[in-house]
Write a protein that binds this ligand. Structure first.
Ligand code: AMP
Ligand code: MG
Length: 349
């Protein structure tokens, strides 16, 4: 398949309207279009076309038991294929369009190819102007997982998409770098009126609780099930996700402890460092990749997948990174990083 690669400016959609018309037509006709969202790039197909969902799984090499998120423009556009609830509408009022996905009961007409056989469906209204224009022009809801090959880091730049998806999709729309850089927060409303947080993102547990006044339970898988006192957890390959090719190990300790630890490392080593650490670590024979200032978790989240891809190209023996805390957007960082590291944590103190 020949992949058409086209730049579209979110600031001047009028100028690029004919491209979006063509992209919308590809989607309506059962084809695949990669498009930018505020979280990561999405690999989109018509959510009402069961065969388009199959094509998405094939293009990603995604296991058939991992469901897709359905993208719409307005919260009420979920109505034809999902059972909306008062809590869904409150979440929508507060956070949509934006980086949040809500799990709802799926209506029978929705293809179980989209939901991977589940009777629930994930619904999201992206805020990115290009994504919104594409959904409107396509005239159908768009099923879209992240546009990476299954297992590799999610793409936050169209060039990452090109690396993974060239020849596998009809069109890649390049709308520049994604502003969040990690995938949407996923919540599931529970029967008792609380929310279950299935995947942390830019909309944090704290924001959900404060704004909605509901209690939010973090699903155990989000933070991993590290046993008390366990030093380094042996990974199962099935837990490796968002992963660079070289082993990634997360360092649990102070800046000083990390500095001493890194000074002892041999071989070709890379370290994902905070801006503040750069100067002290510069004399070491460790390649430094800055992910942002220590307190700026939004910036770190935005950089993480890009840095993982950059590091991957250099063929290091080992990659180290500081273990983030789990407050605010830190929970999203922690969640992605323990998966990229296949749960390898080195406790330094
Ligand atoms: P991606 O679009 O690559 O970020 O992947 C979509 C994410 O949404 C995956 O983690 C899925 O497991 C999750 N997801 C999609 N639909 C459902 C659902 N019905 N129930 C729970 N999780 C879902
Ligand atoms: Mg993904």
């Amino acid at each position: 398949m020949q992949t058409e690669y086209i730049k579209v400016s979110a600031d001047d959609l009028e100028r690029d309207f004919s491209i979006l018309l063509r992209a919308g037509e590809i989607i309506r006709n059962g084809g695949l279009v990669v498009f930018p969202t505020e979280t990561v790039y999405g690999l989109g197909g018509n959510a009402l076309d069961a065969s388009a969902a199959e094509k998405i799984y094939a293009a990603k090499g995604r296991p058939a038991d991992n469901p897709l998120i359905v993208h719409i423009n307005e919260p009420q556009e979920a109505e034809p294929f999902a059972m909306t609830t008062p809590l869904y509408h409150r979440i929508a009022e507060a956070f949509m369009p934006g980086p949040i996905t809500v799990i709802l009961s799926a209506k029978e007409n929705l293809s179980r190819n989209v939901t991977a056989g589940l009777n629930t469906v994930a619904v999201r209204c992206p805020s990115h102007p290009v994504a919104r224009a594409l959904i409107r022009i396509a005239g159908v809801p768009i099923a879209a997982p992240s546009a990476n090959l299954s297992g590799s880091p999610s793409p936050t730049d169209a060039l990452h998409v090109k690396d993974d998806m060239d020849g596998r999709v009809h069109m890649i729309i390049d709308g520049g770098a994604c502003s969040c850089g990690v995938e949407s927060t996923i919540v599931k409303p529970e029967a008792d009126g609380t929310l279950l947080l299935l995947r942390p993102g830019f909309i944090t547990k704290e924001m959900l609780e404060e704004t909605l006044g509901v209690s939010v339970t973090v699903a155990p898988s989000v933070l991993g099930q590290l046993k008390e006192g366990e030093r380094v957890l042996s990974p199962g390959m099935k837990y490796r996700h968002y992963a660079p090719k070289a082993p990634l190990i997360l360092l649990d300790g102070s800046a000083k402890e990390r500095q001493y630890f890194l000074a002892e490392q041999k071989g070709r080593v890379a370290y994902l460092c905070y801006e503040e650490e750069k100067k002290a670590l510069a004399p070491l024979s460790v390649a430094l990749y800055v992910i942002g200032r220590e307190g700026d978790k939004e910036k770190q989240a935005q950089s993480l997948f890009r840095v993982l891809r950059d590091v991957d190209k250099e063929g290091y023996d080992t990659i180290f990174a500081p273990l983030p805390d789990t407050e605010g957007v830190g929970m999203a960082l922690y969640n992605r990083m323990i998966r990229a590291a296949a749960h390898h944590i080195q406790h330094l103190s």
